[in-house]
Design a protein around this ligand. Structure first.
Ligand code: AHR
Length: 359
């Protein structure tokens, strides 16, 4: 019995040992695999997060085009019809793409825009869309954004800065070209007219890219014919009220001598038209009126025979801008300068095109 039990015992012990080893093996595998799998997942997640954060810090755009972004948008203000349309286009495009928008209206003041950008940096937004009221004086705050790893997308207006690594790309109109178009239209229109042809100019905001460039482009073209002379040039700050006020002053000093008004935007031209009518002259007949933007108000004035021409400056680039931001976060290298395509419209096209105008 003792002998049998011993053999049986040995057999049982052996079997138990084999079973025990098998059980140990599978437990070991489970123990090894499970935590390992968990660790990998955590590391991958953290790795991705770190990579995205690092990528942003180095402005490499390592996010995905489909990621939800938080976008801070520092707009110039609400000074014109054009600006209202531009603000809406950008806001709508950001929201429609599913991104979060933080909006700030700079009220045409540089200090407000600097504050807004600093606040976007503190809030750690993913990207900043910035339309600078003036060309200079933004380098420090743009450098702060760069140091914080937040890419800046210049929209509509450029900055005059040496270091172009401060922004990813600049999407906007070619303002010099707009000025040239205005000048060329005038040269063609007045080809048979003898000089002197006296021009008064309503400039945009002092120091702003469109005011500087539209003046430059216009002067470049009319400078080729000395029958044209700019007899007065002053800022109307891109607003109707200021355009009217400054035109009143021009009329007071030069009245009947004024042949042409070149306004850097339609709002100032529309304000000036009121001043001309109140003064007792006929806009577009006694004084040729040139505006820029091609807003609805200009089409209405042209359809009423009160304005001669408007050079298009297209504000509806919100979807294109958002597309560029997404491309950047998908790692696409963008051109530093991307121009918006535009045209020019005259009085005789106004009535037909007015119903189709989107802004
Ligand atoms: O920067 C674009 C210009 O700014 C538009 O021509 C003008 O209307 C606006 O205020």
């Amino acid at each position: 019995m003792k002998k049998f039990l011993t053999r049986k015992g040995i057999l049982v012990l052996l079997l138990s040992f084999i079973l025990f080893l098998a059980a140990c093996g599978s437990t070991e595998e489970t123990t090894k695999e499970e935590p390992a799998a968990e660790d990998n997942t955590e590391q991958t997640d953290e790795g991705n997060e770190e990579a995205i954060t690092e990528g942003e810090t180095e402005e490499e755009g390592s996010g995905e085009a489909g990621d939800k972004l938080v976008i801070g948008f520092s707009q110039v203000g609400a000074e014109s019809e054009w600006r209202t349309a531009n603000t809406k286009s950008i806001q709508d495009a950001i929201k429609e793409a599913g991104h979060e928008l933080k909006f700030s209206d700079g009220q045409q003041k540089q200090e407000n825009q600097i504050k807004a950008i600093r606040s976007f940096i503190t809030q750690k937004v993913d990207a900043i869309v910035f339309s600078p009221v003036v060309e200079t004086g933004f380098e420090t705050v743009m450098q702060e954004a760069k140091d914080a790893g937040i890419p800046i997308f210049l929209a509509d207006r450029a900055v005059d800065a040496e270091d172009d690594s401060l922004w990813v790309t600049f999407l906007g109109s070619d303002f010099v070209e707009e000025g040239r178009k205005a000048g060329q239209w005038l040269i063609d229109e007045m080809a048979d007219q003898e000089g002197p042809i006296n021009i008064v100019e309503l400039q945009g905001t002092v120091g702003s890219a469109p005011a500087i460039d539209r003046k430059e482009g216009f002067e470049e073209i009319i400078g080729s014919d000395d029958k044209f002379e700019i007899i007065k040039s002053q800022t109307g700050d891109f607003t109707r009220a200021k355009g009217k006020e400054v035109m009143e002053a021009f009329l007071k000093s030069d009245g009947e001598n004024i042949d042409v008004l070149y306004a850097h935007n339609d709002d100032m031209a529309i304000g000036a038209i009121q001043a001309i009518e109140e003064y007792g002259l006929k806009p577009a007949e006694d004084i040729t009126i040139i505006g820029v933007d091609a807003v609805k108000g200009a089409f209405e004035a042209m359809a009423d025979g009160k304005m001669n021409v408007t050079i298009e400056c297209n504000p509806l680039f919100g979807p294109q801008l958002v597309d560029l931001i997404e491309q950047h976060f998908a790692g696409v290298e963008l051109e530093k300068r991307i121009a918006v395509e535009e045209s020019m419209y005259t009085m005789d096209q106004a009535a037909e095109l007015l119903p189709t105008r989107e802004y």
